[in-house]
Design a protein around this ligand. Structure first.
Ligand SMILES: Cc1ncc(COP(=O)(O)O)c(C=O)c1O
Length: 393
């Protein structure tokens, strides 16, 4: 929904005015609040945040953690996150390498605020979650997309193509692995090659690793953190949202050099002035006691992945890669020309919500994205509705 500059009683910033609404949000707004709609449009599970995490936050609130707080996060949580990072990645982080943010999304925007000047660009591996491109645009930058290609049922990144896309105005490479919407997962040889490129060409890497724990054949997805050296131009974004079903809490964190974290801290002051302390005590419980829940979440997604993939792959109109990680099926639907119109009609007529592929950048049109982090019964019913709708459209 765009307005022209003349609709306003006084001027707005052009970049804000021209920012499109999220196409995923556009579809969701049609059916949100309708109890008959099954919503598989957003990236979240149907599970609520586990009780022990809620209890820890409530206890902290009652204990008086209701004041202004640290810009980079409460010391207890930064300490715990440094330990968590070292356990999972064999790294040697200290709390100085950790900055708590008001969500993964905010971590991405803060990173852009820190490095993007108007007219700069960030090379973005796509298809990609649209908010990333929007965050670059908010700062007056451009996103230069390098597309993954689907070969033999697997998504691939051409690292040479990525290198060739870097120019004089490139400030960063943005890589989201495990990836939304494709479920692509990069292996460590490519992390190492891309780090080498970033060192040589003096550009940042913004590694969006919010799906690091939603992985099916190992405890954590391969990461830049497995291969990075001290002093590398690396910003790793993670989030409490996905592994611990905390999407509504709006908490994430950045792992980076202390020097970069200090710059983030200045911007945090003017964006949010620190994430609510009592919520951070809930996040601390997630880190300290939440491994059992992560395993439960991954099991739920693994079951969802098998069910959805089997049914979709059997449909002659659907082309879909079996995702290596994350919790999405990104499917090409033969004969579907306008994914936004198709997904909107599906909400109205079939009471089923999926994200339209056009939201995910170059090459996304012609696809739909389904989030399978839900109970098998719910997914089964969704697929029944989808197949019926597809037969008529
Ligand atoms: C690729 C990617 N990055 C970042 C986020 C942000 O997550 P949050 O803001 O909930 O921490 C999401 C959420 O869907 C995502 O898919």
């Amino acid at each position: 929904m765009n307005h022209s500059p003349t609709d306003w009683p006084a001027a707005l910033r052009r970049l804000a005015l021209e920012l499109p609404t999220s196409r995923i949000g556009d579809v969701a707004s049609i059916g949100r609040g309708d109890p008959d709609v099954i919503p598989l449009w957003f990236g979240e599970s149907d599970l609520q945040t586990p009780q022990f995490i809620c209890d820890a936050a409530a206890a902290a609130m009652h204990a008086g953690h209701t004041f202004y707080t640290w810009q980079r996060g409460i010391p207890e949580l930064r300490q715990a996150l440094a330990g968590y990072t070292n356990r999972l990645y064999g790294s040697r982080c200290t709390p100085e390498n950790i900055t708590v943010t008001g969500s993964g999304m905010q971590a991405i925007l803060l990173s852009c605020q820190t490095i993007v000047e108007p007219g700069d660009n960030i090379v973005v591996v796509s298809p990609v979650w649209p908010n990333i491109v929007a965050a670059i645009h908010v700062m007056g930058g451009e996103a230069h997309e390098v597309s993954l290609t689907l070969k033999g049922g697997k998504w691939h990144l051409d690292v040479d193509e990525l290198n060739d896309a870097i120019d004089d105005r490139t400030r960063a490479i943005f890589i989201n692995s495990p990836g939304n919407p494709t479920g692509w997962m990069m292996e460590n040889d490519q992390h190492a090659a891309i780090l080498e490129i970033a060192r040589k060409r003096r550009v940042w890497i913004i590694a969006d690793e919010v799906y690091a724990r939603i992985v099916y054949d190992r405890p954590v997805a391969p990461s830049f953190l497995h291969v990075a050296r001290e002093g590398d131009p690396l910003i790793v974004v993670q989030s409490f949202s996905k592994p611990w079903a905390m999407t509504g809490w709006r908490l994430g964190w950045v792992t980076s050099s202390n020097k970069f974290g200090e710059q983030l801290a200045k911007l945090i002051q003017f964006n949010i002035s620190g994430s609510p302390a009592f919520l951070q005590f809930g996040a601390l419980a997630a880190i300290e006691q939440g491994e059992g829940f992560v395993a439960q979440m991954v099991d739920r997604c693994r079951q969802g992945r098998e069910l959805v993939f089997q049914r979709l792959a059997a449909n002659p109109r659907i082309q879909v890669a079996r995702p290596d990680a994350a919790f999405y099926a990104f499917m090409r639907v033969e004969g579907m020309k306008d994914s936004l119109a198709f997904a909107s009609k599906m909400v109205r007529e079939a009471k089923l919500g999926m994200a339209p592929g056009v939201a995910f950048g170059r090459g996304g049109e012609g696809h739909l994205r389904l989030c399978f982090a839900s109970a098998p019964e719910r997914l089964g019913e969704s697929l029944d509705r989808f197949e019926k709708f597809l037969a008529k459209n």
